[in-house]
Design a protein around this ligand. Structure first.
Ligand SMILES: Nc1nc2c(c(=O)[nH]1)N[C@H]1C(S)=C(S)[C@@H](COP(=O)(O)O)O[C@H]1N2
Ligand SMILES: [Mo]
Length: 453
């Protein structure tokens, strides 16, 4: 699938808009894609999706446009560095307006593609339903006792993100045209490269091990300030360090490179694991086997690293290598090392208009792996005032998961501005920015402007 995409992208970028070679590449890509889809057993629906993708690919070549699928349900969603050149939203929308005709065509083709891949992703095969997570699982890392405050019991305000993001609502980012639907019977995961003993695992090999549960916030580097490409889940899996110890990493194996069945790859320095952060070959998400969309049968989850350098879905290989090898997004202009930045978001109040009087302001904040120490809210550029924090209950270290924060605001009529920022437990405040998502994540304080009347 990825081959088709890459091929199309490469020829597309050389030939400019509407190039015959570009069109040829997409048709060729579609043929390869269809072959791959048939081989993977996705059926004719998958072929239709690929054909649609090829069609919209040609359309986008002609329009000189990229498909911008922010919801994460359509085609390649992480913008390439090329897009970062246009910073002014007005310039962008002017360019877009010129291609309205193409854009509406794209919406239709893109929409049917999204629908196609969704239908495929939601079908559960018999072999998927056979997978059962073992009931007894251990917990590493300590969690402080639930927050006890003098403020009394806490009720999450309406509209606040739940502590655990349900699997159905969890954001999805990947380059896959069609969600891989791996039959565990045909799947193994190997650990090789600069190791003393290359190892191979079936899904059953992983499931019979002493599995760990951990609550970890996953965050996409493409998440804008206040965006929703972030979620918090309880992941179940095998600690990566245990597997690496069994394989015996050689001193030159300084990078852990995860590789997916779809050609995607992501790597991070092995030394990152030395601080005992959660790092799992995950097979479960919120008590269920991984959904297809989120990497069934196994994926990596590394606390505190953006997904594009760590969270490889449909994992088939963990290669120990030197730092000179690059994962998928690195040659496309994204930073080689990418720790998650301190961030906070206002969820409530949601609307741009609100009524005067006392009301909740609430949201989420995250700063893995140091953890969130405090969240502050400023009203109309007034002083920063500390908010109440809720650290949800769950397995794992509280510092690797987001916190919910809330406060009560006595809204006065007029134009109002709310700004939020977080501090981590190393005494660092969230960077004020503003800074764009490329190359290593956005910086800035989420701001909500409201008309109180
Ligand atoms: N195979 C594969 N794994 C992938 C990606 C991908 O494109 N292909 N994208 C990564 C990125 S950029 C992110 S942010 C996370 C998102 O994981 P999710 O879709 O489960 O939320 O997956 C990572 N793993
Ligand atoms: Mo991402």
């Amino acid at each position: 699938m990825c081959v088709a995409l890459l091929l199309g992208a490469r020829v597309g970028s050389r030939s400019g808009s509407g190039g015959g070679r570009g069109r040829f590449a997409f048709v060729l890509g579609a043929a390869i894609g269809a072959f791959a889809v048939l081989r993977s057993g996705a059926g004719t629906g998958g072929v239709v999706a690929v054909a649609t993708a090829a069609g919209s690919g040609i359309a986008s070549l002609r329009a000189g446009l990229r498909v911008d699928a922010r919801s994460g349900d359509a085609i390649p969603v992480q913008p390439s560095s090329g897009d970062m050149g246009i910073e002014d939203p007005k310039v962008r929308s002017a360019t877009r307006r010129g291609f309205l005709g193409y854009a509406s065509g794209l919406t239709v083709t893109g929409g049917s593609l999204a629908l196609g891949s969704r239908v495929l992703a939601d079908q559960t095969s018999a072999s998927y339903r056979d997978v059962v997570l073992p009931a007894s699982r251990r917990t590493d890392g300590d969690r402080p006792p639930p927050t006890t405050t003098t403020e009394g019991p806490w009720r999450p305000p309406t509209g606040l993100s739940p502590w655990i993001t349900p699997n159905e609502d969890f954001y999805r980012i990947d380059t896959a045209l069609v969600v891989p639907r791996i039959d565990p019977a045909d799947w193994t995961m190997r650990i090789d490269g600069m190791v003393d003993r290359p190892l191979g695992f079936t899904l059953d090999d992983l499931l019979v091990r002493d599995l760990v549960d951990a609550t970890v916030t996953l965050n996409c580097v493409s998440n804008e300030i206040g965006g929703h490409l972030v979620g918090n889940a309880v992941w179940t899996g095998v600690p990566l360090v245990e597997l690496l110890e069994e394989a015996g990493v050689r001193p030159d194996g300084e990078q852990v490179m995860g590789r997916s069945v779809d050609g995607f790859s992501a790597g991070f320095p092995r030394s990152i694991l030395d601080d005992a952060r959660t790092a799992l070959v995950a097979v479960g998400m919120n008590g269920e086997p991984l959904p297809f969309r989120h990497g069934f049968p196994a994926r990596l989850v590394i606390a505190g690293l953006y997904g594009y350098v760590s969270a490889v879905k449909w994992l088939e290989r963990i290669e120990l290598t030197t730092m000179s090898v690059d994962g998928y997004w690195i040659p496309r202009g994204w930073a080689k090392e990418a720790p998650i930045k301190i961030a906070s978001r206002i969820d409530v109040p949601l609307r741009s208009q609100t009524i005067p009087g006392r009301q909740p302001v609430a949201g989420v904040a995250w700063a893995p792996v140091a953890g969130v120490e405090a969240v502050e809210l400023a009203i109309d550029d007034g002083p920063w005032a500390e908010c109440r924090l809720e650290r949800g209950e769950g397995p794992g270290s509280a510092n690797e998961a987001w916190v919910q924060w809330s406060t009560i605001w006595d809204a006065q009529p007029g134009n109002r501005k709310l700004r939020v920022r977080a501090w981590n437990r190393d005494g660092m405040v969230q960077p004020e920015g503003p800074k764009h998502i490329a190359p290593d994540g956005a910086e800035g304080y989420h701001t909500r402007r409201l008309i109180v009347a």
